[in-house]
Design a protein around this ligand. Structure first.
Ligand SMILES: [Zn+2]
Length: 334
Protein backbone atom coordinates (compact mmCIF):
# COMPACT_ATOMS: atom_id res chain seq x y z
CA UNK A 1 0.00 0.00 0.00
CA UNK A 2 1.18 3.47 -0.82
CA UNK A 3 2.13 5.49 2.25
CA UNK A 4 3.41 8.97 2.87
CA UNK A 5 5.43 9.74 5.98
CA UNK A 6 5.83 13.35 7.00
CA UNK A 7 7.52 15.14 9.83
CA UNK A 8 4.61 15.53 12.29
CA UNK A 9 2.66 18.64 11.21
CA UNK A 10 1.73 21.79 13.11
CA UNK A 11 -1.66 23.45 12.94
CA UNK A 12 -0.78 27.11 13.32
CA UNK A 13 -4.37 28.39 13.59
CA UNK A 14 -6.82 26.38 15.63
CA UNK A 15 -9.96 26.88 17.74
CA UNK A 16 -10.48 24.31 20.48
CA UNK A 17 -13.37 25.91 22.36
CA UNK A 18 -13.94 25.40 26.08
CA UNK A 19 -15.78 23.14 28.51
CA UNK A 20 -16.75 19.50 28.05
CA UNK A 21 -16.25 19.36 24.29
CA UNK A 22 -12.74 20.86 24.27
CA UNK A 23 -10.99 17.57 25.13
CA UNK A 24 -12.48 15.71 22.20
CA UNK A 25 -11.49 18.47 19.77
CA UNK A 26 -7.97 18.60 21.22
CA UNK A 27 -7.54 14.80 20.90
CA UNK A 28 -8.83 15.00 17.34
CA UNK A 29 -6.11 17.57 16.53
CA UNK A 30 -3.50 15.47 18.31
CA UNK A 31 -4.12 12.59 15.87
CA UNK A 32 -2.70 14.68 13.03
CA UNK A 33 -0.69 17.47 14.62
CA UNK A 34 2.12 17.68 17.17
CA UNK A 35 1.31 21.28 18.03
CA UNK A 36 -1.57 23.65 17.58
CA UNK A 37 -1.63 27.43 17.91
CA UNK A 38 -4.82 27.87 19.87
CA UNK A 39 -6.81 31.00 19.16
CA UNK A 40 -7.92 33.20 22.05
CA UNK A 41 -11.47 34.22 21.03
CA UNK A 42 -13.04 32.19 23.81
CA UNK A 43 -15.59 33.55 26.30
CA UNK A 44 -14.10 35.21 28.25
CA UNK A 45 -11.17 35.85 25.91
CA UNK A 46 -7.62 34.71 26.60
CA UNK A 47 -5.99 38.02 27.51
CA UNK A 48 -3.94 37.58 30.68
CA UNK A 49 -1.08 35.23 31.66
CA UNK A 50 -3.01 33.28 34.31
CA UNK A 51 -5.99 32.64 32.00
CA UNK A 52 -3.71 31.64 29.15
CA UNK A 53 -1.66 29.21 31.23
CA UNK A 54 -4.80 27.67 32.71
CA UNK A 55 -6.23 27.11 29.22
CA UNK A 56 -2.95 25.58 27.99
CA UNK A 57 -2.85 23.21 30.96
CA UNK A 58 -6.46 22.12 30.41
CA UNK A 59 -5.81 21.40 26.73
CA UNK A 60 -2.61 19.47 27.31
CA UNK A 61 -4.23 17.45 30.09
CA UNK A 62 -7.03 16.42 27.74
CA UNK A 63 -4.68 15.56 24.87
CA UNK A 64 -1.43 14.15 26.24
CA UNK A 65 1.48 14.60 23.86
CA UNK A 66 -0.15 17.54 22.08
CA UNK A 67 1.54 20.89 22.61
CA UNK A 68 -0.77 23.90 22.82
CA UNK A 69 0.98 26.98 21.50
CA UNK A 70 -0.72 29.99 22.99
CA UNK A 71 -2.14 33.30 21.86
CA UNK A 72 -3.72 36.27 23.55
CA UNK A 73 -6.41 38.54 22.24
CA UNK A 74 -5.70 42.22 21.65
CA UNK A 75 -8.38 44.37 23.23
CA UNK A 76 -9.06 48.11 23.13
CA UNK A 77 -7.57 49.84 26.16
CA UNK A 78 -5.04 47.10 26.86
CA UNK A 79 -1.97 48.14 28.86
CA UNK A 80 1.16 47.78 26.70
CA UNK A 81 2.91 46.30 29.76
CA UNK A 82 0.85 43.13 29.21
CA UNK A 83 2.93 42.25 26.15
CA UNK A 84 6.11 41.47 28.09
CA UNK A 85 4.07 39.51 30.65
CA UNK A 86 2.37 37.44 27.96
CA UNK A 87 5.66 36.78 26.25
CA UNK A 88 7.19 35.65 29.52
CA UNK A 89 4.21 33.33 30.04
CA UNK A 90 4.94 31.77 26.62
CA UNK A 91 2.48 33.49 24.28
CA UNK A 92 3.51 33.15 20.65
CA UNK A 93 1.14 35.74 19.20
CA UNK A 94 -1.14 38.62 20.00
CA UNK A 95 -4.26 38.25 17.87
CA UNK A 96 -6.02 41.19 16.30
CA UNK A 97 -9.70 40.70 15.53
CA UNK A 98 -11.38 43.68 13.89
CA UNK A 99 -14.49 44.38 16.00
CA UNK A 100 -17.35 42.20 14.78
CA UNK A 101 -15.31 40.35 12.16
CA UNK A 102 -16.11 36.83 13.32
CA UNK A 103 -17.22 34.59 16.22
CA UNK A 104 -16.70 36.30 19.61
CA UNK A 105 -15.04 39.34 18.06
CA UNK A 106 -17.55 41.98 19.16
CA UNK A 107 -14.96 43.26 21.65
CA UNK A 108 -12.25 43.52 18.97
CA UNK A 109 -10.29 46.41 17.54
CA UNK A 110 -11.93 49.06 15.33
CA UNK A 111 -8.58 50.50 14.14
CA UNK A 112 -5.01 49.49 14.89
CA UNK A 113 -4.49 53.09 16.03
CA UNK A 114 -6.48 52.15 19.14
CA UNK A 115 -3.69 49.81 20.24
CA UNK A 116 -0.69 51.61 18.76
CA UNK A 117 1.30 51.42 22.00
CA UNK A 118 0.57 47.70 22.38
CA UNK A 119 1.76 47.04 18.82
CA UNK A 120 4.90 49.08 19.53
CA UNK A 121 5.53 46.90 22.59
CA UNK A 122 5.04 43.76 20.49
CA UNK A 123 7.52 45.05 17.92
CA UNK A 124 9.97 45.79 20.72
CA UNK A 125 9.51 42.33 22.30
CA UNK A 126 9.73 40.52 18.96
CA UNK A 127 6.24 39.09 19.41
CA UNK A 128 4.21 38.08 16.34
CA UNK A 129 1.04 40.00 15.46
CA UNK A 130 -1.59 37.66 14.02
CA UNK A 131 -4.42 39.31 12.11
CA UNK A 132 -7.90 38.28 11.06
CA UNK A 133 -7.75 40.65 8.10
CA UNK A 134 -11.33 41.50 7.24
CA UNK A 135 -13.00 44.87 7.32
CA UNK A 136 -16.35 44.04 8.96
CA UNK A 137 -18.20 46.96 7.40
CA UNK A 138 -17.27 46.13 3.80
CA UNK A 139 -19.53 43.87 1.70
CA UNK A 140 -18.86 40.29 2.69
CA UNK A 141 -16.90 39.25 -0.40
CA UNK A 142 -14.75 42.39 -0.27
CA UNK A 143 -13.87 42.37 3.41
CA UNK A 144 -10.40 40.89 3.01
CA UNK A 145 -9.44 43.16 0.11
CA UNK A 146 -10.86 46.10 2.00
CA UNK A 147 -8.58 45.38 4.98
CA UNK A 148 -5.37 45.46 2.90
CA UNK A 149 -5.13 49.25 3.33
CA UNK A 150 -5.08 48.85 7.13
CA UNK A 151 -2.43 46.14 6.76
CA UNK A 152 -0.26 48.43 4.65
CA UNK A 153 -0.47 51.09 7.36
CA UNK A 154 0.41 48.62 10.13
CA UNK A 155 3.43 47.36 8.15
CA UNK A 156 4.53 50.96 7.47
CA UNK A 157 4.13 52.11 11.08
CA UNK A 158 5.79 49.04 12.65
CA UNK A 159 8.51 48.10 10.17
CA UNK A 160 10.04 45.38 12.36
CA UNK A 161 6.83 43.81 13.64
CA UNK A 162 6.46 40.18 12.54
CA UNK A 163 2.99 39.65 11.14
CA UNK A 164 0.89 36.64 10.13
CA UNK A 165 -2.06 37.31 7.83
CA UNK A 166 -4.44 34.54 8.79
CA UNK A 167 -6.57 32.34 6.55
CA UNK A 168 -5.90 34.14 3.27
CA UNK A 169 -8.86 33.66 0.97
CA UNK A 170 -8.40 35.64 -2.23
CA UNK A 171 -5.98 36.19 -5.08
CA UNK A 172 -5.47 39.86 -4.18
CA UNK A 173 -4.13 38.84 -0.77
CA UNK A 174 -1.60 36.51 -2.35
CA UNK A 175 -0.46 39.36 -4.61
CA UNK A 176 -0.35 41.66 -1.57
CA UNK A 177 1.83 39.20 0.35
CA UNK A 178 4.31 39.30 -2.53
CA UNK A 179 4.70 43.03 -1.94
CA UNK A 180 5.28 42.64 1.81
CA UNK A 181 8.67 42.43 3.51
CA UNK A 182 10.02 39.01 4.50
CA UNK A 183 8.79 39.20 8.09
CA UNK A 184 5.15 39.13 6.92
CA UNK A 185 3.70 35.68 6.25
CA UNK A 186 0.30 34.09 5.81
CA UNK A 187 -1.65 30.99 6.76
CA UNK A 188 -3.88 29.06 4.39
CA UNK A 189 -6.65 26.67 5.43
CA UNK A 190 -7.79 23.38 3.93
CA UNK A 191 -11.22 24.72 3.03
CA UNK A 192 -9.99 27.80 1.18
CA UNK A 193 -7.75 25.51 -0.90
CA UNK A 194 -10.59 23.17 -1.76
CA UNK A 195 -13.91 24.97 -1.96
CA UNK A 196 -15.59 27.98 -3.54
CA UNK A 197 -18.82 29.89 -3.04
CA UNK A 198 -20.49 27.43 -5.35
CA UNK A 199 -19.70 24.60 -2.97
CA UNK A 200 -21.07 26.68 -0.11
CA UNK A 201 -24.28 27.88 -1.73
CA UNK A 202 -24.41 26.97 -5.41
CA UNK A 203 -26.75 24.09 -4.62
CA UNK A 204 -28.21 23.41 -1.19
CA UNK A 205 -26.69 25.70 1.44
CA UNK A 206 -23.85 23.97 3.31
CA UNK A 207 -23.80 25.51 6.79
CA UNK A 208 -20.79 23.45 7.89
CA UNK A 209 -18.68 25.13 5.20
CA UNK A 210 -19.73 28.62 6.27
CA UNK A 211 -16.78 30.42 7.80
CA UNK A 212 -15.12 33.85 7.91
CA UNK A 213 -13.59 34.75 5.60
CA UNK A 214 -16.09 32.99 3.35
CA UNK A 215 -14.74 30.72 0.62
CA UNK A 216 -14.59 32.70 -2.60
CA UNK A 217 -14.30 32.43 -6.41
CA UNK A 218 -12.55 29.68 -8.33
CA UNK A 219 -9.85 32.22 -9.35
CA UNK A 220 -9.15 32.82 -5.68
CA UNK A 221 -8.98 29.14 -4.83
CA UNK A 222 -6.68 28.59 -7.79
CA UNK A 223 -4.35 31.41 -6.72
CA UNK A 224 -4.09 29.90 -3.23
CA UNK A 225 -3.44 26.40 -4.61
CA UNK A 226 -0.81 27.67 -7.06
CA UNK A 227 1.00 29.64 -4.35
CA UNK A 228 0.96 26.83 -1.79
CA UNK A 229 1.73 23.97 -4.20
CA UNK A 230 4.63 25.89 -5.73
CA UNK A 231 6.22 25.95 -2.27
CA UNK A 232 5.67 29.61 -1.38
CA UNK A 233 8.24 30.33 1.36
CA UNK A 234 5.89 32.49 3.44
CA UNK A 235 2.65 30.52 3.32
CA UNK A 236 2.05 27.81 5.88
CA UNK A 237 -0.78 25.73 7.24
CA UNK A 238 -3.38 26.84 9.75
CA UNK A 239 -6.59 24.83 9.68
CA UNK A 240 -8.76 27.51 11.30
CA UNK A 241 -10.68 24.47 12.48
CA UNK A 242 -13.58 25.95 14.44
CA UNK A 243 -16.19 23.46 15.66
CA UNK A 244 -19.68 24.71 16.50
CA UNK A 245 -22.45 22.58 18.00
CA UNK A 246 -24.42 20.99 15.20
CA UNK A 247 -27.68 22.66 16.27
CA UNK A 248 -26.17 26.14 16.08
CA UNK A 249 -24.84 25.50 12.56
CA UNK A 250 -28.12 24.05 11.33
CA UNK A 251 -30.43 26.50 13.10
CA UNK A 252 -31.84 29.79 11.84
CA UNK A 253 -28.66 31.75 12.53
CA UNK A 254 -25.54 29.86 11.54
CA UNK A 255 -22.29 30.84 13.26
CA UNK A 256 -19.12 31.21 11.15
CA UNK A 257 -16.57 28.39 11.45
CA UNK A 258 -15.77 25.07 9.78
CA UNK A 259 -14.61 22.05 11.81
CA UNK A 260 -11.77 21.00 9.56
CA UNK A 261 -9.10 19.27 11.62
CA UNK A 262 -10.42 15.64 11.46
CA UNK A 263 -10.04 15.37 7.66
CA UNK A 264 -7.38 18.04 7.16
CA UNK A 265 -4.34 15.94 6.29
CA UNK A 266 -6.19 13.43 4.06
CA UNK A 267 -7.82 16.30 2.14
CA UNK A 268 -4.50 18.11 1.77
CA UNK A 269 -2.77 14.92 0.59
CA UNK A 270 -5.48 14.43 -2.06
CA UNK A 271 -5.08 18.01 -3.25
CA UNK A 272 -1.27 18.01 -3.33
CA UNK A 273 -1.30 14.66 -5.10
CA UNK A 274 -3.71 15.97 -7.73
CA UNK A 275 -1.47 19.01 -8.23
CA UNK A 276 1.63 16.82 -8.56
CA UNK A 277 3.07 18.48 -5.46
CA UNK A 278 2.95 15.73 -2.85
CA UNK A 279 6.63 16.32 -2.17
CA UNK A 280 5.81 19.88 -1.06
CA UNK A 281 3.15 18.94 1.50
CA UNK A 282 5.66 18.45 4.32
CA UNK A 283 7.11 21.95 3.92
CA UNK A 284 3.62 23.47 4.01
CA UNK A 285 2.38 21.64 7.11
CA UNK A 286 5.56 20.89 9.05
CA UNK A 287 8.41 23.26 8.24
CA UNK A 288 7.62 26.75 6.89
CA UNK A 289 5.42 27.82 9.79
CA UNK A 290 7.68 26.42 12.50
CA UNK A 291 10.63 28.24 10.97
CA UNK A 292 8.69 31.50 10.71
CA UNK A 293 7.84 31.27 14.41
CA UNK A 294 11.36 30.17 15.35
CA UNK A 295 10.09 26.87 16.77
CA UNK A 296 12.13 23.68 16.64
CA UNK A 297 10.90 21.31 13.93
CA UNK A 298 8.91 18.40 15.32
CA UNK A 299 10.91 15.22 15.71
CA UNK A 300 8.03 12.74 15.35
CA UNK A 301 6.41 11.60 12.14
CA UNK A 302 2.91 11.11 10.79
CA UNK A 303 2.08 8.45 8.24
CA UNK A 304 -0.74 8.73 5.74
CA UNK A 305 -1.94 5.59 3.97
CA UNK A 306 -3.54 5.45 0.57
CA UNK A 307 -6.67 3.76 1.81
CA UNK A 308 -10.33 4.71 1.55
CA UNK A 309 -12.17 5.77 4.69
CA UNK A 310 -15.33 7.69 5.40
CA UNK A 311 -15.22 10.88 7.45
CA UNK A 312 -17.52 10.53 10.49
CA UNK A 313 -20.82 12.40 10.41
CA UNK A 314 -20.28 13.99 13.80
CA UNK A 315 -17.45 14.37 16.31
CA UNK A 316 -17.95 15.96 19.72
CA UNK A 317 -21.37 17.25 18.66
CA UNK A 318 -19.96 19.07 15.61
CA UNK A 319 -20.06 18.09 11.94
CA UNK A 320 -16.57 17.89 10.43
CA UNK A 321 -15.57 19.05 6.97
CA UNK A 322 -16.28 16.38 4.34
CA UNK A 323 -18.57 14.48 6.78
CA UNK A 324 -19.83 11.28 5.20
CA UNK A 325 -17.45 11.55 2.25
CA UNK A 326 -15.01 8.84 1.29
CA UNK A 327 -11.43 10.07 1.08
CA UNK A 328 -8.51 8.26 -0.52
CA UNK A 329 -5.85 9.04 2.09
CA UNK A 330 -6.16 8.36 5.80
CA UNK A 331 -4.06 9.07 8.86
CA UNK A 332 -2.47 5.83 10.09
CA UNK A 333 -3.06 5.21 13.79
CA UNK A 334 0.24 5.54 15.61
ZN1 LIG B 1 -9.79 31.48 13.26
Amino acid sequence: MKTLTLRKPDDLHLHLRQGDVMGEYARESARSFARGLVMPNTLPPVCDPAGMLKYKKEIEKEAPGFEALMAFKLLPGMDPGIVAEMKKAGALIGKLYPAGATTNAEDGISSYRQIRDVLAAMEEEGMVLSIHGEHPEAPVLEREISYLKELKDIIRDFPKLKIVLEHLSCSESIAFLESCPGHVAGTVTTHHLLYTLDDLMGGALKPHLFCKPVVKREEDRKALVDAVCSGHPRLFYGSDSAPHPRASKEGGSCGAGAFTSPAALPLLAELFEKEGALDRLEDFVSRIGAEFYGLPLNSGTLTLKKENWTVPGEIGGAVPLAAGETLSWRVAES
